[in-house]
Structure formats: C-alpha cells, structure tokens
Design a protein. Sequence first.
Lengths: 469, 201
Amino acid sequence: MNFDPSMASAGEIAAAVREQRITARAVTEATLERIAATHASLNAFTTVTAQRARLEAMAVDACIAAGRDPGPLAGVPHAVKNLFDLAGIVTVAGSKINRAHPPAKEDATAVERLRRAGAICVGALNMGEYAYDFVTDNAHDGPTRNPRDLARSAGGSSGGCGAAVAAGLVPIALGTDTNGSIRVPSSFCGIWGLKPTYGRLSRGGTFPFVASLDHIGPFARTVADLAAAYDAMQGPDPRDPACTLRPVEPASARLNEGLGELRVAQLGGYFEKNCPPQAHSAVAAVASVLRAGFTRHVELPQVAEARAAAFIITAIEAGHLHLDRLRTQAADFDPGIRDRFLAGALMPGAWYVQAQKFRSWYRAQVAEIFRHVDILLAPATPVPATLLGQETMTIEGVEMPVRPNLGLYTQPISFIGLPVVAAPVHPAGPQPIGVQLIAAPWNETALLRAARILEASGVCSAPVARLAA
Amino acid sequence: MVRTLLETEGMPKINAPHIVGELAALHDAYERALAANDVPTLKSFFWDSPHVVRYGASEHLYGTDAVSRYREGHTPVFTHRQIVRREILTLGPDLASIMCELSQTVTGQQRHSRQSQTWCRFPEAGWKIVSAHVSQTTPPADTSLGWETYVSEAAAALGLPLHPGHRPGVIQNLQRAANLAGPLLALNLPLDADLAPIFTP
C-alpha cells in the first residue's frame, strides 16, 4: 500500500477510499500516528478523538462494503477549532474557565454535516482564548507552532487549524473568523482558507465570540477540498439565527468554469498605502494571473473607520458576552487577552451604536462598488508569520504592537460579512503570505473559481510543510 | 548622563530635598492664589524685571508691566483644575524648574494643559518665577486621566470588580480604542443609517 494520507488531498483520499484502494480505518490510523508523532513540535491539537475517529471510519468502511455511498468526503480526516462542539468533549474555546463546563451533548451543525458527507473527525485544535487573538499563543495550552518555521506563530485565532493543515495532519480543518481568524492563519501557514458570507454557514453548536461578526469556514491545501468542505456544510439551520434561508449554492461543480466575465480589481488606498513589500508583491502576483478580468484599482470609502467600528463592536459584544466570567473569574483569563475583554465591557454605548450605524452606511457604499467589479484583491496580513513572543512589528517605519494589528486588512472586510478566500502565495523567500480574494455577499463561487485559476497557474499553492525531524 | 555631570564635584546638587520642599510649597501657594484669582499675590510670584516672560495659551507677555496688566484685566475661566503630574527639578540652591500637566475645564470644555515655570532665588527677593509658559490641548488624547475615573465608575456601575493589577492594561486598551474611535465618532452619518437588528449582508 503506497498511499500516504498526509500528502494526499481530501479529494484523493475520498477517491482512494471509495475505490477501496485503502480503508477509511487505515487512513485514520495513519492520521492518528502522524498527529502523535508531531504533537511535541507543533502543539496543534488539544484533544485527539481517536475512538470516535475509529468508529466513524469503521462506519464508512461498512457503508462501502455494503455497496452504499458514504458521501463525497468518504474517509477524509478533519479536525476542528476547539470552540466547535464535539459530542462527549468539553468545548473549551481556548480557555481555562470553560474546562469546568459539562461535555457537549451533540456535535456542532458543521461537524454533523461533515460526518454525513463521510468525513472522520480526529480531534479539536488549539486556538487563542475565546478567539480574541491573532497569534494562538495560548497561556493555558501553550503556543501552536508554525510548521513552516517552528519559531513562528501559526496565526490566530484558528492557529491549530492552520498548523494541522499545513503540516499534513489533516487535509481539512474547520475554524472561525470574526476579524480575520481564518485569513490570518491561512496567510501565516501558507494554506487556503474560506471565510464565507456572514450567515452562509451555520454556527450552531459553536462557542460564540461576537454574534454580529462571527463566521465559520474551512481550511484546506487545495481549492477543490476547500469547496468540497464548504459545499458539505451549506444549508439553513435553526440553531443559528443568522444562518441564511437562501438555497444552497454548491461551488464544487463550477470550479473549472474559468474567470469568464468576472471583473477583478485591486483595492487601493488604505490597502496599498504603507503596505509592506512582501504583502504588496503577493497581491501583484495574484493580480497578474487574474489580469484576464482586466485588473484595475478601486478604493473603498472610510476603511480606517470600518476597521475601528469592527474593533469596537468586537470589544463591546465580547466584553458583554464574558461579563459574568470577568466579574468572578478575571484571574483565570489568559493575561494576554483579559484586559481587552475588561476594556470592552466598559466601553460607552454610544460607540457601539455609531459603529453599527456606520456598518449599514458602509455596506451600502461597498454594494455600489460591487456593481462594477466582482472580485477585489487585498493583502491578508501586513507581514508573513511573526515570531512567537514577538511584541512589535515595523510597518513602513512605524512600530506597532503585533497582536492588535495583524487584522489591519481583514477587519474592514469581514465587518460587512463579505465572502473571502485567503489565497497562499509562496515566494522565493522563506515565509508564505496570503492574499484576500473578496466578493459581493453570496458570491463565494466566483472566489473559488478565481482561486482555482490561481492554483492552476502555480502562483498560489499549499504544499505540505516539511517538518524538521 | 545629565545627573552624572551635575553631581561631579563643584557642580550644583540636583533635587536637594529641602529645596524641592520649598519649591513645592511655593507652587502650591501659587495654585491657591490662581484659584482665588488673588492678583496681588499672583503678581508677587513673578520676578519684577523687564526680562520676565510669560506665554499664556494665547498671550505673549514680556516684562513685569505686561504680566501685571494681564493679571489685572483677566478673570480666570477654568474650573475643576487638577494637577495630573508635577515635576520639580532643582539645580543647586538657586535655580529650579516646575513642569506640570493639568486637567481643567475651560469655558465648559475639558482641557489638558501644560504649565512650565523657571524659578530663580534672588539675594533680597527670594524665589521668583523668571519665565513661564502654559499651553492647552483639547481632550486628553495623550493621558489616561479621563479613563482612570471612568474605569472606576463604569466598573462600579456594572458590578465588575477590577484587580489593581489589571487596571493599567484596561486603561491602555480603552485609550487605544478611543484613539481608533475618534474619527468614527466624528462622522456625520445620514439619518437613515439605522442599525439592523438582524444583519443581512
């Protein structure tokens, strides 16, 4: 048997399992072994659900033996940020405090939908505490290390997702993104990430952070895998009041339609001014491939205010969500994050109302821009992966703290729920960096089509990281 | 560096405690006179000389006569005046500077003010201000004073006990958010920009 699941895409694994070239059980065992062998260096997983994975794999194999279809993700291992409910496991959400909670009674909706598609859940992944983070330097579980350079951060808050996928531990991981928590780890780890339209995928059974801004989405090493995971999770869900009732729009079958009439533009202004060289060149490289759609520059209005409004809505909603815990257990929060929650709990209401009103206005302005363009390009992060423990970074001569500023380019986009694919660009240098492909609400398919072109061109790729022994 | 230089032999001693104490008492008295608008006392703190200089927030006064005319014709408009930080530096027995940051309300508006004074001890007249400068900025963008009080009172109103060790980080985060929020709050949004209770992109 010559099949190495760690180097295979989800599509390749599912095909091999369905064609009975390998069993789901064998894929699972190989996956569990690789997770164990790399844990000491990466610290990506906080829980490995070995028994559950074996049972799910046996069910897939039994299904195939009986001549039935186990689904498009047959035997594909995946793992989830540890704020997704997994039945029988405590949903810690990166915290110490939640460890006192009872185990989840049932799976999160997204996990259940992946299981129905034949996927195998192998565990829960490390994250920044309560998702208020861009570096996954978790005080309770330790930092997750970037598989492309163990001295560096995997990004956050879905850092375990980025590391697990980049290291070939799983081909698909589920994360969440409120201000950039899928796009930042995608950029730092050099893999694909999809933050769909706000409301597209159900957040049912996830531990919340900022109800107005929380999204879930997949990570993968190929565009087809990203689309397959996304398709498997679509559909309305009464467990999430924000989840859309729109009909599902599967993207997988449309990936190879090409750019067609899609109009592509580069975001200028805020996104270009002071943009560090590597982020700038990555956007330029992506733009050059998508030139067929005639690349030009457009500017969004009041972007700095959009970022400020996202910052304020985040702080205030999160501060309120955790108010009782802050009253009684402030000392148990991650010290790197606690003061932001406390500050959010104390911010004036007028700030919040202005931020939410501004959101309506800004959404209308951006909708106008999307009448003339389909895909916007912008950097995902200002810099490639920062070092673990790095406090400050210098962007065009200005020194600024790392943690609050990694979301400079992601926050003004997720603020109005636009769908984004984070596309990994691996330059000649040592560190990859991501580019955001941004579309109008509900137009994920356009993004995935463009992503497929970038992947085919070779400008974007997500190879499995070679881990030092 | 400066300290080392000044403390070498033959150099004036800096911040001798009894000299600092003298200046602190004088400055306290000056502030009391200012609050009471006690013009004769205020005038007496300044060196009687054509060389004395006082720059106000908007006035430039050269010589005793100009300073005195200003005092006599001016009614202070500040309230809630409070010293945020006072730095007294004495250089030997006869020379000192006093630098202050102040919070005050001027004509109903919150102001963050700076006061600089150079003091000299003269053989007959004693300690006098030989030059002074005050300036103001609009709300305390560069101080956490406003947040100190706000944090205490908002936390109390919320029933949120704050560990003293957590306060500096909380204030720093509020300050950072306030700096970001400034331009957002200054925007004049159209009246129909309502917030959506359930947000649909």
